[in-house]
Design a protein around this ligand. Structure first.
Ligand code: SF4
Length: 191
């Protein structure tokens, strides 16, 4: 089918996971395409820490239910705030988001390389609110820098986003109402 990934042959994929609902469809889809998936939760953008813990806890619960190996990344919001300094007032979808995607993808690429994965990719592409062109551009850049292949998966295709909504209801997941950072939280609250 158009937009499908080529079938794998048991290659190991490190899947960056931004939250539990967004992880559902990508995990099943990649497994269905014969990739061996490991999740990696690395999201220093999430504010406040209680929200970070809540999202990580839901991802962990899902991982146990579907027997997904899961790696928890470091929670280092200070680094994220220093990377995005000067871009606090940007709207969602602008430069701050590019930096935010890049940080999460770079740490994923580095871990994939150091741990012997064949590919890295991210659940971020499932969201219609995320810029997939940027995600692919960053993934390709990091592929060249770190020498580990980026799997160009646009998970929102093939009704991926709709499926993730249905699956997240089935697994009784927490669905947050803002993207993650303090700035997106304020915007949400003022809408
Ligand atoms: S709005 Fe979302 S993608 Fe953009 S900087 Fe905030 S957390 Fe990151």
């Amino acid at each position: 089918m158009k937009n499908d990934l080529p079938y794998g042959n048991g290659e190991k994929v490190l899947l960056h996971i931004c939250c539990a609902p967004d992880a559902t469809y990508p995990v099943f889809y990649l497994r269905g395409r014969h990739y061996e998936v490991t999740g990696f939760f690395y999201n220093p953008n999430i504010y406040p820490e209680e929200e970070y813990k809540r999202r990580f806890s839901d991802v962990s619960r899902f991982a146990v239910r579907v027997k997904l190996p899961l790696i928890g990344g470091e929670y280092n919001p200070e680094k994220w705030f220093s990377l995005t300094k000067g871009y606090e007032n940007e709207p969602e979808g602008a430069r701050r988001c590019y930096i935010c995607y890049r940080e999460r993808l770079e740490v994923t690429a580095r871990l994939a390389k150091d741990s012997g994965f064949d590919f890295f990719t991210t659940t971020l592409s499932i969201s219609p609110r995320k810029n997939t062109r940027w995600i692919f551009e960053i993934g390709e850049e990091l592929e060249n820098t770190y020498g580990v292949r980026f799997l160009k998966a646009d998970f929102k295709k093939r009704n991926g986003f709709k499926s993730s909504v249905i699956l997240s209801r089935y697994y009784e997941m927490y669905r947050q109402d803002y993207c993650g950072c303090i700035f997106s939280r304020h915007n949400q609250k003022s809408e």
